[in-house]
Design a protein around this ligand. Structure first.
Ligand SMILES: NC(=O)c1ccc[n+]([C@@H]2O[C@H](COP(=O)([O-])OP(=O)(O)OC[C@H]3O[C@@H](n4cnc5c(N)ncnc54)[C@H](OP(=O)(O)O)[C@@H]3O)[C@@H](O)[C@H]2O)c1
Length: 387
């Protein structure tokens, strides 16, 4: 298994992004969470409205780390988590040892978090950009998670204690995302948002996939992308773009994939499946001598993107202004999409790309936020281990 991991994890050297001239393959060494869960499931707590996070110091706080297996009967009432109580820069983030472990609704499972990952939505939310539809503060941030099920709600059908799962915990990214996110020891998640972790991936690799791969897949589907079509991916080295390239080429059967990045990441784009890697620091993609059936814009260049679309084609935009006929959408999380893509992941056709400045340990969540906020991360910014 480790051999597959090392050959499938693309990890860039920790040089400044614009001076990268090559990428290397390196191995993530991830210790598997030891679980020997023997107790029976407890009935999930009754649904409750938003619970205040208890952030005061408490002598009964959960231990920071434990080598003991966690079972439903030994889940503590409090945990370590990253919390912010006001919107703002990275300085609003505080680690707290007495955050309430979230209650588990009937359709949810409680996950002992092993790894988590950042998405731009995490910092945009922390900055207060989605205030109007956010859950109340204080917030434990984090959408992406990989971990082990330690408790199941009464209506949960297919997951059980001990299952190694991963997912994006917020079905609608911007509509009331959970108050108890994944940057904590435990998080409660609906069964339908989770899938079993691909067997060939470790927790850190799996944690980086859910939101980005769901977005990549949904955008390709919505654009009507299919076998034999051509695509230009704007921002091919980012969390979403690196997966759009791979899905387009290796799952949807693209006839031609072009993608943009800065100079040091061109080789990465090609290794992921791009036939043409365009250096945006040296040429304008609008000047390319070809047009594409689909332009997938992860950067916010919708106005230029429409200029390189073939007649009758589509332009899908994730951020920024939309110029018709381009369209924008907001991802819907789904465990079913992860299950559908499982064969492509387990066969190694589609590979996670983990930013080589990480994985960041739990104590370095501020540094992880700072990394993604540069807008220059390569692939996913992962947080691992989580105590
Ligand atoms: N609507 C939705 O549902 C949805 C879902 C997911 C993400 N998003 C949004 O989509 C955007 C991308 O998300 P992400 O997770 O992929 O972000 P990300 O991983 O942080 O993207 C970073 C990458 O962007 C590249 N980049 C920056 N400027 C570029 C440019 N001018 N041309 C080409 N590449 C450029 C960088 O490569 P270089 O270093 O080479 O510049 C870097 O590798 C974000 O704004 C995010 O909020 C929206």
């Amino acid at each position: 298994m480790e051999a597959i991991l090392s050959s499938t994890t693309l990890s860039l050297s920790p040089l400044p992004p614009h001076s990268l001239s090559s990428f290397s393959v390196s191995k993530l060494t991830v210790t598997r969470l030891k679980t020997s869960l023997t107790t029976s499931s407890q009935k999930g707590s009754p649904s409750s409205p938003v619970l205040p996070l208890r952030v005061s110091a408490n002598s009964q706080a959960a231990p920071a780390t434990s080598t003991e297996p966690t079972t439903s009967s030994s889940v503590p009432s409090q945990m370590k988590g990253w919390v912010y109580g006001e919107y703002g820069g990275v300085d609003v983030l505080k680690v707290d040892s007495s955050v309430s472990v979230p209650p588990v609704k009937d359709d949810q499972v409680l996950i002992k978090v092993v790894a988590a990952a950042l998405n731009p939505v995490d910092f945009k939310r922390r900055l207060g950009k989605f205030k109007a539809s956010d859950s109340p503060l204080p917030t434990v941030p984090g959408y992406d998670v990989a971990g082990v099920v330690v408790k199941v709600g009464s209506q949960v059908k297919s997951l059980k204690e001990g299952d190694q799962v991963y997912g994006n915990i917020n079905e609608k990214a911007l509509e009331g995302p959970k108050q108890f996110g994944s940057f904590a020891e435990y998080t409660a998640v609906e069964e339908k948002l989770l899938a079993l972790k691909p067997k060939n991936l470790d927790f850190a690799q799996a944690a980086g996939l859910p939101l980005a791969i769901q977005t990549a897949y949904e955008g390709l589907e919505r654009s009507g992308f299919s076998d034999g079509k051509s695509i230009l991916v704007l921002g091919g080295a980012g969390g979403v773009g690196s997966l759009v390239i791979q899905l387009a080429k290796h799952v949807f059967g693209a006839s031609r994939v072009a993608a943009t990045s800065s100079t040091g990441k061109l080789e990465l784009l090609k290794s992921l499946g791009a036939d043409l890697a365009v250096d945006y620091t040296k040429e304008n993609f609008e000047d390319l001598p070809e047009k594409f059936d689909v332009v997938y814009d992860t950067v916010g260049q919708g106005d230029k993107a429409v200029k390189v679309m073939k007649e009758g084609g589509s332009v899908v935009v994730l951020t920024g202004a939309v110029t018709p006929p381009g369209f924008r959408f907001v991802v819907t999380a789904s465990g079913a999409v992860l299950e559908k893509l499982n064969p492509a992941l387990e066969s190694g056709k589609v590979k996670p790309v983990v930013d080589s400045k990480g994985p960041f340990p739990f104590t370095k969540v501020v540094e992880a936020f700072s990394d993604i906020e540069t807008n220059r991360a390569t692939g996913k910014v992962v947080i691992y281990p989580i105590p």
